[in-house]
Design a protein around this ligand. Structure first.
Ligand code: XMP
Length: 509
């Protein structure tokens, strides 16, 4: 199958490049920046390369650079942001370290005619920038085909050598015509065939499980979410009774979650084991306020619980439903920064005896949802809002106590119900409550009250990497707010979180 290779120089959005190209129907695979020219040349069906963005400056001593022989492979190359600067720098162009940089959307003006990369793109188009250094002189032989107010060489093209650079990020949705630009590159310039569909992966995944897990006994932590359910289906299909699904009730779950898992999976062929570990989790979290420590403690407690079950069952493998975005944000891809340690990635202690197997680790949420339907995961699970592994503990800011967890659990249920009643539940990425560890003054029944505020967080996103707060009608928010303060005695104030990601994240911790 034809494919585009994306070299990851460590940008937060660099993995989205692969994702967007796959959305166009062209398979894309991400390689570490250090990949050798030899390995790329030997990769079946490789049609082109993208150099991703990254936080470094090309002038920095330790800045990541590709194997120089890559530029002799005769493959088209598209540099994005840092990749654009890198390409210019390597080919003899001029890159300066800017004092201010450009952040956010700006207008790109097409310069000159006959651009292959910007073919069918409007003369003026919004693009999303996130850079400090800038290319001020294109490499010899290349021409400038796009500029913005701050970037004189926002796009350069060397048609003869098939080398292209864009300062902006075509992979983020804020770039109006980003998909068209990636399509021009992958399909028109590289000539890659559009034959990719994530469901094509399923037979191969099942074969991989058979080969890699073989006759070993395995357990999978089931959370009731789409990722772990899909991973369980695929691994169960491959190794049958050798897989046991374990649901650990952490005491930090959504309302009714444990019952719905028991109900939802009782018809399945999967062997399900439910463990009540709520005391273990809540005791471990007592007195802890730091978000990363909370995540690490939860990760460790999960592993301790799984290790106990694994010992009982004689299992050697722990299957996890980790997906791509979990790994990126946990800083587990080379050169990227740790934003938060996802419980199932950064939270896992190194000395653990169980072998980890992650069948979905290369996939994004929407790709997993497509596969989920294909392998028969019930619709209700497929469309359920994402719920983080650390559960309600990261939605109680500051110290986690059983009482605070209960408040946030009830408030979240009210928010979900409000969204369902308004027909908005499936239109948003997720909606939940956050409990703030402060108190404010209110007046209820003519009496002064001094209680907690709850924040409502409702966001829209395509891939979890960027998100916008949802513009929920005020009357829906008002109904939710009234229900929260009426039903939850410890809360007298409700606020709506109107921040996007970036600069915020979806969860507060
Ligand atoms: P953030 O807060 O990073 O969240 O913008 C992006 C998405 O990831 C979910 N999330 C997690 N999922 N384990 C998970 O399985 C985790 O540790 C974790 N942390 C965040 C979050 O709910 C949102 O959908």
């Amino acid at each position: 199958m034809d494919r585009i290779g994306v070299l990851d120089f460590g940008g937060q959005y660099s993995h989205l490049i692969g994702r967007r190209i796959r959305d166009l129907g062209v398979f894309a695979r991400v390689f570490p920046a250090e990949v050798s020219a030899e390995e790329l040349a030997g990769t079946d069906g490789i049609k082109g390369l993208v150099f991703s963005g990254g936080a470094a400056s090309v002038h920095g001593e330790s800045s990541p650079k590709p194997d120089p022989k890559i530029l002799d492979l005769d493959l088209p190359v598209l540099g994005i942001c840092y990749g654009h600067q890198l390409l210019a720098h390597l080919l003899g162009g001029k890159v300066v370290s800017g004092a201010t940089g450009e952040y956010g959307t700006t207008v790109l003006e097409i310069a000159g005619g006959g651009s292959r990369l910007l073919n069918r793109v409007n003369e003026e188009t919004e693009v999303w920038m996130n850079h400090k250094d800038a290319v001020t002189g294109p490499p010899p032989g290349a021409r400038i085909t796009g500029r913005t107010e701050e970037s004189p060489v926002a796009v350069f093209e060397d048609d003869g050598r098939n080398l292209y650079g864009v300062q902006f990020h075509p992979e983020v949705t804020h770039t109006e015509e980003g998909d068209r630009i990636l399509e021009n590159y992958a399909v028109e310039i590289c000539g890659a065939e559009r034959s990719w569909d994530p469901v094509n992966l399923v037979p191969q995944m099942i074969e991989d499980v058979k080969r890699e897990i073989g006759d070993k006994r395995a357990i999978i932590g089931l959370s009731g979410g789409v990722d772990s359910s899909t991973a369980a289906k695929i691994v169960g299909e491959a190794i049958g009774e050798n897989l046991t699904a374990v649901y650990v009730d952490t005491g930090l779950m959504r309302e009714g979650e444990t019952d719905s898992i028991r109900d939802g999976f009782k018809e399945e062929d999967l062997q399900l084991k439910v463990i009540d570990a709520s005391d273990r989790f809540l005791d471990g979290l007592a007195g802890v306020t730091d978000p990363e420590r909370k995540r690490k403690i939860i990760g460790k407690t999960f592993i301790d619980s799984f290790t106990d079950v694994a010992e009982d069952l004689g299992a050697e493998v722990l299957v996890q439903g980790t997906i791509y975005s979990d790994r990126i944000e946990s800083g587990s891809t080379t050169h990227s920064d740790t934003i938060k340690s996802h419980h199932n990635v950064g939270g896992i202690p190194e000395e653990m005896d169980l072998e980890i197997y992650e069948p979905l680790k290369e996939l994004y949420k929407d790709e997993v949802r497509r596969i989920a339907t294909e392998v028969g995961v019930p619709d209700e699970i497929v469309h359920r809002h994402v719920f983080p592994g650390p559960g309600l503990a990261i939605r109680v800011i500051g110290e986690v106590t059983p009482k605070r967890v209960e408040i946030v659990r009830r408030a979240s249920r009210i928010i979900e119900e409000g969204l369902r009643e308004a027909g908005l539940y499936e239109k948003v990425w997720m909606g939940f409550a956050v409990l703030l560890p402060i108190k404010s003054v209110g007046v209820q029944g003519d009496l002064r009250s001094y209680k907690y505020p709850v924040a409502i967080r409702i966001v829209e996103s395509e891939d979890a990497m960027t998100a916008n707060f949802s513009r929920i009608p005020y009357d829906v928010l008002e109904d939710i707010s009234t229900s929260i303060t009426n039903e939850i005695g410890e809360v007298n104030r409700v606020v709506y979180d109107i921040s996007n990601k970036p600069p915020a994240t979806m969860e507060w911790e």
